[in-house]
Design a protein around this ligand. Structure first.
Ligand code: A3P
Length: 289
C-alpha cells in the first residue's frame, strides 16, 4: 500500500491513468513503434483478471514446445530472456532490447486494443484475451491496491468502489476496457478465455490454449502444466516467482468473492453499468457474469 495521494502516484496518458513508478510517457511513446512479430504471443487481460495465472500456463506451454523442437530445457521465465513480460511496464529502451529475444516472444498487457502498437494487429499476432467477472476484478483490485506500493491505497472499500466505477483507477475503467475489446472480438487470431471457465476445468483450459497456440501436447504434458498451475502450487511457489509479494498476487483464487464485500446498492450499480455498456455485446455474452 502507498500513502502517497492517488493523484501523485498516477499520471495520465491518452486519458487513462497509470502508476508513475512502473510506467512512463516515454515508454508509451516508444511502444507505438514496437514491431510485433507474427509469432509473438500476447496475453491481454485487465489487472486482477488472472494474468499471472495464464502467464505461467503459457510460459510452461512454450517451454514444453521448445523442449520438443530444440531438444533442450528452457523456460521463458529464466534469465535468458530477462525482460519483464508486461509490455507497457519498464523503460523506453526495452523494445529495442526485445528485438534480440528469440522466438516466440511472450508478452502480457493490461492495455486496451487502441493503445496497443498497430503492428500487433497488422501482423496478426495471436492474442489470448482473458476475461473475469467485473465484480471479482473489483474485489481483487481493492485488496491488491492496499497490498502493493505501486498503487494508491484506499481506506475503505466504498471509496475504492466509487473510483472503480468512475474511471479513476490505474489502467482505466474495466467496463470500458471490455467494450473497447469487444470492437476487436472478430479479429483473426483472438481467443477469449474466462477466469471462471479455467477455474472450473483447468486441464480443458490448458488444452484449448495449447491448441490455439498450435502446441501439441501429450496427456502427460497436459497434466504437468495443469498441475503446476493450480492455485495451491502457484501460491506455494510464489516466494520464488513473486518474492515478498507472493501472498498479494495469490490471494484467494476463487470465484464470487465479491459477495463478501459488495453492498446491495453497489451490486445494483454494477449490474446497471454492466447492462448498459457490456451485457448485450458479443464479448459480454462470453463473460461469466
Ligand atoms: P483474487 O485476488 O481474487 O484472489 P492478476 O494475476 O491478473 O494480478 O490476477 C490476480 C488474481 O488471480 C487474484 O485473485 C489471484 O488470487 C488469482 N490467481 C492467481 N493464480 C491463480 C490460480 N492458479 N488459480 C486461480 N486464481 C489465481
Amino acid at each position: 500500500a502507498n500513502s502517497m495521494h492517488r493523484d501523485e502516484l498516477l499520471f495520465s496518458y491518452k486519458g487513462i491513468r497509470y502508476p508513475i513508478t512502473i510506467c512512463s510517457p516515454e515508454t508509451f511513446k516508444a511502444l507505438e513503434s514496437f514491431e510485433a512479430r507474427s509469432d509473438d504471443i500476447v496475453l491481454a487481460g485487465y489487472l486482477k483478471s488472472g494474468t499471472n495465472w495464464l502467464s505461467q500456463i503459457i510460459n510452461d506451454l512454450i517451454a514444453v514446445s521448445k523442449k520438443k523442437t530444440q531438444g533442450r530445457e528452457s523456460n521463458v521465465n529464466d534469465e535468458e530472456l530477462g525482460e519483464f513480460p508486461y509490455l507497457e511496464v519498464g523503460d523506453a529502451e526495452k523494445y529495442e532490447r526485445m528485438t534480440k529475444l528469440p522466438c516466440p516472444r511472450f508478452m502480457v498487457t493490461h492495455l486496451r486494443p487502441e493503445n496497443l502498437p498497430k503492428s500487433i494487429f497488422k501482423n496478426k499476432v495471436k492474442i489470448l484475451l482473458l476475461l473475469r467477472n467485473p465484480k471479482d476484478v473489483a474485489t481483487s483490485f481493492y485488496h491488491f491496491s492496499n497490498g502493493i506500493a505501486t498503487l494508491p491505497s484506499y481506506e475503505t472499500w466504498d471509496d475504492f468502489f466509487t473510483d472503480f466505477m468512475t474511471k479513476k483507477l490505474a489502467w482505466g475503467c474495466y467496463l470500458e476496457y471490455l467494450s473497447e475489446w469487444n470492437k476487436y472480438i472478430d479479429e483473426e487470431n483472438i481467443m477469449t478465455i474466462t477466469y471462471e471457465e479455467l477455474k472450473e476445468n483447468r486441464a480443458l483450459g490448458v488444452k484449448n490454449i495449447a491448441a490455439f497456440l498450435g502446441i501439441p501436447l501429450t496427456e502427460e504434458e497436459l497434466q504437468f502444466v495443469a498441475e503446476r498451475s493450480s492455485f495451491q502450487s502457484m501460491k506455494k511457489n510464489s516466494e520464488n516467482t513473486h518474492g515478498a509479494f507472493g501472498d498479494v498476487f495469490f490471494r484467494k483464487g476463487v470465484v464470487s468473492d465479491w459477495k463478501n464485500i459488495f453492498s446491495e446498492d453497489q451490486n445494483e450499480k454494477m449490474d446497471k453499468a454492466f447492462e448498459e455498456h457490456v451485457a448485450g455485446t458479443k464479448l459480454g455474452k462470453k463473460l461469466k457474469y
